[in-house]
Design a protein around this ligand. Sequence first.
Ligand SMILES: *[C@@H]1O[C@H](CO)[C@@H](O)[C@H](O)[C@H]1NC(C)=O
Ligand SMILES: *[C@@H]1O[C@H](CO)[C@@H](O)[C@H](O)[C@H]1NC(C)=O
Ligand SMILES: *[C@@H]1O[C@H](CO)[C@@H](O)[C@H](O)[C@H]1NC(C)=O
Ligand SMILES: *[C@@H]1O[C@H](CO)[C@@H](O)[C@H](O)[C@H]1NC(C)=O
Ligand SMILES: *[C@@H]1O[C@H](CO)[C@@H](O)[C@H](O)[C@H]1NC(C)=O
Ligand SMILES: *[C@@H]1O[C@H](CO)[C@@H](O)[C@H](O)[C@H]1NC(C)=O
Length: 927
Amino acid sequence: MKLFILTLWISSLISVHCQSITLNGVWRGTINTCHKKKSFQGCDDDINFSATVPGGVYTDLHRNNIIENNLLGRNDINNRWVGNQSVVYTKNFNVTSDFVKAHKIVLIFYGIDTFASVSLNGHMIGQTSNMFLRYIFNVTDYIREGQNLLQVAFRSAVKEAEDLYNEQKKSYIVPPVCVPKEYNGQCHVNHIRKMQASFSWDWGPAFPSVGIWRDVELVPVNDLLLNDVTTDIRRKKDTWDILVTIFLETTQSKNEELISCDITSTLYVSQSELISNSSEVMLDTSEKYININVSLTVPADAVKNWWPNGYGKQHLYHLITTVTTANGVLRKRIRVGFRTVELVEEPLEKGLSFYFRVNGVPIFAKGSNFIPASVFPELGAKEDTIRHLLLSTKETHMNMLRIWGGGVYESKLFYDLADEYGIMIWQDFMFACAMYPTSDAFLRNVEPEILQNVIRLKNHPSIVLWAGNNENEAALYGNWYGTGSAPIYREDYVKLYVNLLKREVEKLDPVRPFLVSSPGNGAYEETYNYTGVNPYSNLYGDVHYYNYIRNGWDITQYPRTRFCSEYGFQSWPSIYTIITAAETTKDLHVDSDFVKHRQHQPFGNQYMRLLISYNFVIPQNNNSVRDFANYIYLSQINQAVSIKIQTEAYRQAKSEVNSIGEGMTMGALYWQLNDVWQAPSWSSIDIEGRWKMLHYYAKDFFAPIIVTPHLSISNELSIYIVSDRLYTLRNCTVEIRVYNWRSTTPVFAKSFGDIIIESNKAKRIASFWLDEFLVRVGCGSLKSAKRSCIAALSLTDESGSLIAPVNYIYPDALKNADIPVANITMKIEKNHFLPGKLSNYPDFKLVLSTDNIALFVWLEVGNIRGRFSENGFHMFERKKEIIFHAHEGTTIELLRSNIRLVSLSDIYNARGNFDNDYFVRETKNLY
Ligand SMILES: *[C@@H]1O[C@H](CO)[C@@H](O)[C@H](O)[C@H]1NC(C)=O
Ligand SMILES: *[C@@H]1O[C@H](CO)[C@@H](O)[C@H](O)[C@H]1NC(C)=O
Ligand SMILES: *[C@@H]1O[C@H](CO)[C@@H](O)[C@H](O)[C@H]1NC(C)=O
Ligand SMILES: *[C@@H]1O[C@H](CO)[C@@H](O)[C@H](O)[C@H]1NC(C)=O
Ligand SMILES: *[C@@H]1O[C@H](CO)[C@@H](O)[C@H](O)[C@H]1NC(C)=O
Ligand SMILES: *[C@@H]1O[C@H](CO)[C@@H](O)[C@H](O)[C@H]1NC(C)=O
């Protein structure tokens, strides 16, 4: 049967019965505003406001002009009173007489944040205490024809967390007792099942919201409720075996104990049925929950594999399951992909390997860490935002994102797009940077969270790993929170992550690997019962590496790990982004109170300055907006180059171990992809969707093939070629060109020919002493050669085409080099006919000319949405063409009047890119 016929047939059947009713949309909110005033006595200032579902109290109150823009200035603190209040959400709705005739009616909340009492027409129908749960309430007795009143009464999450902490404290403290004071945060979030970052983080503000953050609906049920359909897909010799599990909930009607039911699952290829299987079952309705299995055997050659980005296409198939009883048909459509995934941990000379093998191919994981797309959870699934973030990962050759454990289990939209773009997902459970309680009540709350979320997400081929927590083992081992050697914390740790999470997840999803903690020692952990050994070993599992004291451009500091799942440096977002948070121009200078307020990392601004100063002279600060813009620019250069060098170090170590067994690195996920406010952070894309210089650099350092230098402490320069391609390339050539700062013509150029680039390998192709080399090629004396020259590396194939991004060797810190003043001029041409167009909007060609070598040429276009084909690049040639890909309709005139260009020499010559004139108060949210 053709799909569209089936769809028509089913929808006509369903329309005979009652449809579910969405309760999304306009609600009424009521909040007490006494806290806002100083005096409490006799205060009775309840105010009503128009609320939205899905939504949250902070966004609702701002929309009603009751509080100011949450992300402006210090409003994270000014609006904090909201988080201490009780808030009531109510909804009036009508139902028809037909609707109430159903055997049973359930009210489904797909997400309530967090502590609420739910009542319908004055009858209490349930309590909620976990933001990550779907709640299904039976409202059959209380719903009535005509008008109904649904009320959700929220208690302050801040107060609940404090109460739970105080209760727990009676036996022992579960730390941390609070976040560092720099966060301006709230305490005790580890005691509640709410987005942990909503009480603040080192990159984000505290907005301890309440609200109905996902959909709400009323569903009429006759015999059965079809809650979920999942698949376990296993590869056999010539087939894919699909085990479909159908999760039913019965209506428990006393008269009919057994009902007969036909269950059919069908896999479609394009529009046609590929394979189908049915099962006739008698359901015992005295059981509330019933799971039924249907098996499908798919010939392996009838479907195509799903591949990670860069390795092939992301083929996806629809699987439709119907449940038919005498009273009607229920139907669920899911999407599946065919791929195998293994986390390979095999003995090496020392320790164990740690890498993902997908469809039999070892994959070097390239990517980043994802934090919630908004600090307001209801905005975290905005399609524009998610699509932009995930497309930005795909376009920069990433193949993996780690969903970090302090946020949320993301939306269906998120994982659907990850499936479509080939972005593998490392999925943490939502436990981060803390000890957690293990009281019966807490574990009883966590158990359904695991169950529901694994069932909800396991059909997505993009998810390749479940991981128990973020850094909690490291915190315990390193005594971050004063847990010392008390055995209770180790016992709690094992109880929660091993005895509960690991056991449950492996049962619910037997085909995916599970990791207890990140960082951790992977499979080795089992041998010591998961705690008590340094989880940062380079010989096992994954590592997080941060160092803010050493020069980030020094490649020798970086560890040779098996897999680096976090590493990063801070930078400031674009001045255009910061402006949307500033209250006056006075906020926009390096030492302003606003700047200090936005920096949550203790000593963060000092670290950033120190790191910049290893490579650059920080220009005189006259407290002008231009000075701040220049400082932002330097911070972005430092972040981009440091992470580039660090990532290349990991990629260089892909295929070999050193004398102490370190290496065979197979993953590099930098911290962090995105932002939740306008502040200094580790992100590569800011809150307004703008790519920082780092994100442009990611496109190069994650390219499938790179040529990359490694400068040792003793000044030995090694050149590596790293390939993720699954084929061999012969007769390739590496060229090294050496320039002194005075001329765009190289002083020296040499080619290494006949290079074979092996499939999926990193290989060192040359090694020499850099100082001597530079002296020999004419850069001056041994004393001056390093600061007089810079070198570029390029890699071409047999036909002379570039097959890797051009790379650079900085022999000395750039602050020691005599960088020339470059005068760059720019012409803008419209051009509709460029290859590889990404959107329906015009592309523009920019022709840049320079009279001298120009470094870190950086382009910005104010509030025009779009991005450049390259940015933050060096100009060694006198002319260069850049494309601006507009993401909205714009004109050549608009572009011309908004475009700013800066290169390194400008900021010392005060030509600058940013004048106070351009301080346009724009609050347009770009993405
Ligand atoms: C808020 O709405 C409720 C229900 O309509 C009403 O009883 C109450 O008086 C309203 N309060 C204010 C302050 O308007
Ligand atoms: C519900 O029905 C009542 C009475 O028929 C009507 O006055 C009211 O406007 C309806 N409410 C909604 C939300 O449709
Ligand atoms: C749902 O509510 C109806 C009416 O109260 C009741 O008869 C039925 O037993 C309830 N069903 C379940 C599964 O709790
Ligand atoms: C790990 O735990 C098991 C079970 O409690 C115990 O038998 C074993 O001795 C422990 N091993 C280590 C290394 O602590
Ligand atoms: C490419 O390399 C192969 C063997 O490595 C050699 O036989 C062939 O002549 C080379 N081709 C060119 C065009 O250099
Ligand atoms: C930069 O170059 C342009 C075009 O060649 C020229 O008109 C301009 O005077 C130069 N500016 C400086 C500061 O040298």
